[in-house]
Write a protein that binds this ligand. Sequence first.
Ligand SMILES: Cc1cc2nc3c(=O)[nH]c(=O)nc-3n(C[C@H](O)[C@H](O)[C@H](O)COP(=O)(O)O)c2cc1C
Length: 177
Amino acid sequence: MKILALMGSPRKEGNTDILIDKVINGAQAAGHQSEKLYLYDLNLLPCIDCRNCSSGDRVCDRDDDMQDIYPMIEAADVILFGTPLYWYGPTGPMKLLMDRLLPYSETDKLKGKRAVLVIPSAEGADACEPVVTMFRLSLDYLGVDIADVLLPTAYEKGEISGNVEELERAYGIGAAL
Ligand SMILES: Cc1cc2nc3c(=O)[nH]c(=O)nc-3n(C[C@H](O)[C@H](O)[C@H](O)COP(=O)(O)O)c2cc1C
């Protein structure tokens, strides 16, 4: 199985990054392949609602790194969305990527794929309700099932390294995919 991890925090080796690596470790131990993309390193343009993707061959023709990511998304069995909570939503690049999934809305190209959400925050799981709802409704619309959700509490960079329970949980999510 192929897992595509989308790392939506600007902090490399921060909480989201550490947790994603744990999920990947678990998945690799179970024999799965994985790839991780740092969204903040990529050139991602916003969706401008041009409607090009709602007719013809239903593709987005914005000239940016999404053109490389679309085939990776289509090839993945599991998509891991990792983002810290920013004002009760995802980070800017993660929201931008979600918007750019619009070409898939009238197709069944993502149907049957699974997703994992990894969302650390200072306030903890309850504060993540709006962002989890956003992901759930959007992914449901695209035919993607959410396999698991990890919503640990952490604030300082790398703080999650001291939380053995959440690290084990992340590993277990990957191992169970
Ligand atoms: C711009 C910004 C907005 C944030 N908004 C929230 C928030 O609404 N609720 C919350 O609990 N934490 C919020 N945080 C804290 C982060 O979610 C938290 O520090 C997280 O662990 C960072 O993960 P990272 O190390 O992967 O970047 C915010 C942080 C930033 C920089």
